[in-house]
Design a protein around this ligand. Structure first.
Ligand code: SAM
Length: 452
């Protein structure tokens, strides 16, 4: 058993990775005359490493440390490819082999469910990302002006911006954009902003600049900076979108190039709307969702409710096979894109509704399927943000009583909390993980539930 060697030091073997990507070991500590086992969390430690660590902090029953020396490296330890690794906070698992990352992510989905007493029917397999590097088509980029432009990502556990010369997470066009910003001349003396950059189908970049985040007097200089950046680099930048006072004004070429392809369909999107950022692996996500929903063929004659529908990424491929789809989404621009995407792809049996999911479900329960916008759906897809389902959604969902739920989650912790509530009425039938974000601790999970 790994021992606390002396006060402030721990030597032992790393057993697993936490959901935040920290190496986890077990320390024996003396408390109140007893020897107790306590988890110790250590950044940049790989499962299987034997390490000597400094224990830097203790919060309740958890110890936190930093690697002092890797005494015996794990066979799963790999050489990071990025020179900014461990400083830049953009990723945290480059030191772990890809096979081990997938294995650990599967274990995390199972661990959090089991901790809540939810039994999963199968070992969780995590399907790999289609692209190992440069997979993100949408990213926030942090910028600081100080007589020059510093562009990059925030440091680990800090607000400081690391100016990066390269990045293996974001698309090559976004790496180019970051370099252009770092090289651009400017005399703007101060100010910080986070832009959202997206890649279109033809590789050109759209940059959304939230001018609202800046003091009014510095906005014109920042606007000029980006207009010049665009004018000088039209081979890389397709558009700059300035968001100010509730309006977005587009500067540059026509926006038609913000599209991606999935399931034989073309989806248009805007920088401000949600997209599955790993566009290549989104193909796997959509195919897996279709396989789970239509696995038993019954859903083909059904109305499917797609809650948290975004721009119709899941709704439209589902509509191609279901009787009809009702897609509910709270962001108005995403709804507009969803409607345009249905038209563009010739989908006539999908209805988009702009509403919070909470309100939609409340009406659905009240109208009991008698209104065309509130049909009795027997399959429901749920793809909520990282925070998971709200109490109101969970309560109404249990009243709706659909036969099947497909829960698409990007956070194993909130997924487990929600399954804990749902599994009294619904049995978990299938669980499949998908790695949308290699080298980071994030994982997507698809869970099929059936009414007991
Ligand atoms: C994880 S995204 C999923 C989008 C889509 N299913 C996809 O695959 O691209 C979550 C979506 O839920 C929307 N959203 C968040 N909270 C909501 C709420 N309470 N009611 C309706 N939509 C909400 C967000 O605007 C976002 O588009």
């Amino acid at each position: 058993m790994p021992m606390a060697r002396e006060s402030g030091a721990w030597e032992g073997k790393i057993e697993s990775l936490s959901n935040e990507g920290l190496g986890v070991g077990t320390a024996l500590v003396q408390e109140g005359g007893k020897t107790l086992r306590r988890p110790v969390f250590i950044p940049f430690a790989a499962p299987g490493d034997v390490i000597l660590a400094n224990v830097t902090d203790q919060k309740r029953k958890y110890l936190f440390g930093e690697i002092d020396a890797v005494l015996k490296p794990s066979p799963q330890r790999t050489e990071p490819v990025c020179p900014h690794f461990m400083v830049c906070g953009g990723c945290n698992l480059q030191h772990v082999s890809y096979e081990e990352q997938l294995r650990q992510k599967g274990k995390q989905i199972a661990y959090f469910a089991q901790r809540k007493g939810v039994q999963l029917p199968e070992e969780v397999r995590v399907l790999p990302s289609k692209e190992r590097h440069h997979y993100r088509w949408r990213s926030r980029i942090a910028i600081r002006f100080e007589g020059r432009c510093i562009a990059g990502f925030r440091k680990h556990q800090s607000n400081e911006i690391v100016p990066v010369s390269t990045c293996f997470i974001v698309h090559q066009s976004l790496v180019e954009l970051i370099s252009l910003m770092n090289e651009a001349q400017t005399d703007i003396a101060s100010g910080e902003i986070e832009v959202v950059a997206v890649v279109g189908q033809r590789g050109k970049v759209g940059v959304l600049v939230p001018l609202d985040a800046l003091a009014r007097e510095s906005r014109q200089a920042v606007r000029d900076f980006f207009e010049q950046l665009y004018a000088r680099n039209r081979q890389v930048i397709g558009n700059v979108l300035f968001a100010e006072d509730g309006q977005t004004r587009t500067y540059g070429q026509v926006q038609e190039h913000f599209t991606y392809e999935t399931a034989g369909m073309t989806f248009s999107f805007l920088p401000e709307t949600f997209i599955q950022a790993n566009v290549a692996t989104n193909e796997v996500l959509v195919a897996t969702a279709l396989e789970l929903i239509f696995g038993e063929a019954l859903a083909e004659r059904e109305v499917v409710l797609d809650l948290y529908a975004g721009i119709g990424n899941l709704s439209l491929p589902i509509a191609k096979r279901a009787r009809a789809v009702v897609a509910v989404e709270g962001n108005e621009q995403a709804v507009q894109q969803g409607i345009a995407n249905a038209l563009r792809n010739g989908v006539k049996n999908a209805t988009f509704i702009h509403s919070p999911v909470e309100r939609y479900l409340r009406e659905l329960v009240r109208k009991k399927g008698t209104h065309p916008h509130y049909p009795a759906a027997s399959s429901i897809v749920l793809d909520p943000p990282r925070t998971g389902l709200t109490e109101a959604v969970m309560r109404e969902l249990l009243h709706v009583g659909a036969r099947r739920l497909l829960y698409v989650s990007c956070n194993p912790v909130t997924l487990a909390d929600d399954l804990f509530v749902l599994h009294k009425a619904y049995a978990v039938r299938r669980v499949i993980g998908i790695d949308m974000f290699p080298d980071t601790s994030h994982v997507e999970a698809l869970v099929l539930l059936e009414k007991r």
